[in-house]
Write a protein that binds this ligand. Structure first.
Ligand SMILES: [Zn+2]
Length: 421
């Protein structure tokens, strides 16, 4: 199948025709005459590498009411994503080679996105016994993580990082001192006091990061810090990165760039996540750190929850929001269009660095590169609502909102996996 993309702007630059054959970009030119099977006139739409999400809760096995691998896959390609790391806090937990192998084969059967399983650090995420990381890797696990929880026992954490280093698996760290945050629903501070909600203090995140980085540095293990939400977290991570180059990477999520604790005043449970939305000064510091390359990636922390779960009052509702479908659009709407981020920033943060962290080849918009691509119309907008989201869960903070930046095509290995052309 030869696909011709006419008049796209790679990275928002000059218009080009792009020919895709046998899964790769075979020709890039100002005008292509070659024969093709299917052509798209895309007149000035922007072409980027497809996105890779380092942090998605795909929920299966066990969480079918919230999401299935199938509904997740449809949501992901709707968001321009062709690969996503699935988090292991499912039921049962992804702690055995057979579950990892099942995830890999189901994702292949669906055939839309590569679901890349992360396995848990401890058996059943019980924090007592390490998983068989070598076997998990053989079965297809791309990383290990205890996400959703943290490994409380520091000695076990040390052994986990030593084992992961030997096996050569990256460790995705959910850094939290749970005794400090337990029972909290939002950021601890003036707003939580005013709202009468129990707070999650900054130190539950920073103490968690400090401990984990000290152990990682001591062991020399490759670690990636998940979902940082604080200016102080950036400062701590930068301090360690300077001393231990190449060992540490980190991510934030779009919601920490767009919202702050002030937005929780409406008590919408679609603004309840862990770590919580922080102060506006943290939000601004996170954006600066992304520009300065102190934060390596943006990941979604896509966390589907059913309507009846999220309809609980704020203090008892579960943490997390869906995000894989609004990821790219929200970045375009809030940051690229206003000139805060460049297309190159988006590609570094959402495409190239996530691939590097996973050891996947980086997609180049040039001849010979694998055709994992997304085509976006940055000027057209779409309405985020229960009908337009493909995810089985609708717990999005953007519900009812129109976002500029509409995905027209998602292409994986030269195959169209999503089209709104
Ligand atoms: Zn987490």
């Amino acid at each position: 199948m030869r696909i011709l993309l006419r008049g796209v702007k790679p990275l928002g630059r000059a218009k080009r025709d792009i020919l895709i054959e046998k899964g790769v970009i075979s020709q890039v030119s100002s005008h292509i005459d070659s024969s093709y099977d299917k052509a798209f006139d895309l007149d000035g739409a922007v072409l980027l590498p497809s996105l890779v999400d380092l942090h998605s809760h795909t929920r299966q096995p066990g969480g079918d009411e919230q999401e299935t691998l199938e509904s997740f896959s449809r949501a992901a390609v709707h968001g321009g994503v062709t690969a996503a790391v699935s988090m292991p806090n499912t039921s049962p937990v992804v702690d055995s080679p057979s579950i990892v192998a099942w995830l890999v084969s189901e994702s292949r059967k669906i055939g839309l996105v590569d679901i890349l399983p992360a396995a848990s650090i401890t058996v059943g995420q019980q924090g007592r016994q390490l998983t068989e990381m070598a076997e998990l890797k053989k079965a297809g696990a791309v990383a290990i993580t205890e996400d959703g929880l943290a490994v409380e026992d520091s000695r076990l954490m040390r052994y986990a990082l030593e084992y992961a280093k030997t096996v050569g698996l990256p460790v995705l760290l959910h850094c939290e001192d749970r005794r400090l945050s337990d029972g909290g629903a939002m950021n601890e501070g003036r707003v939580s006091l005013e709202l009468g909600l129990r707070g999650i203090p900054e130190i539950s995140e920073t103490v968690g990061i400090l401990r984990d980085l000290e152990i990682a540095a001591y062991v020399g293990a490759r670690v990636h810090i998940c979902h940082i939400s604080l200016a102080r977290s950036v400062a701590i991570i930068s301090f360690y990165k300077k001393q231990f180059p190449g060992l540490i990477s980190c991510e934030t999520a779009p919601h920490y760039m767009i919202f702050s604790e002030e937005d929780v005043r409406g008590y919408s449970t679609n603004l309840k996540m862990n770590p919580p939305l922080r102060r506006d000064s943290d939000r601004k510091a996170i954006i600066k750190a992304l520009k300065r390359q102190e934060i390596d990636c943006i990941a979604t922390d896509h966390a589907p929850h059913t309507v009846w779960d999220k309809e609980l009052e704020f203090s008892s509702a579960p943490f997390g929001i869906v995000g894989v479908e609004t990821w790219l659009s929200s970045l375009i709407h809030y940051f690229v269009r206003p000139g805060i981020l460049e297309w190159e920033d988006v590609v570094r943060l959402c495409c190239d660095n996530p691939r590097r962290i996973l050891g996947l080849p980086v997609v180049r918009l040039e001849e010979g590169s694998v055709a994992d691509l997304v085509v976006i119309d940055p000027d057209s907008e779409w309405q985020v609502d229960e009908e337009t989201l493909f995810s089985r869960s609708k717990n999005s903070p953007f519900l009812g909102q129109r976002l500029k930046g509409k995905i027209l095509l998602t292409i994986k290995s030269g195959r169209i996996v999503y089209s709104d052309y």
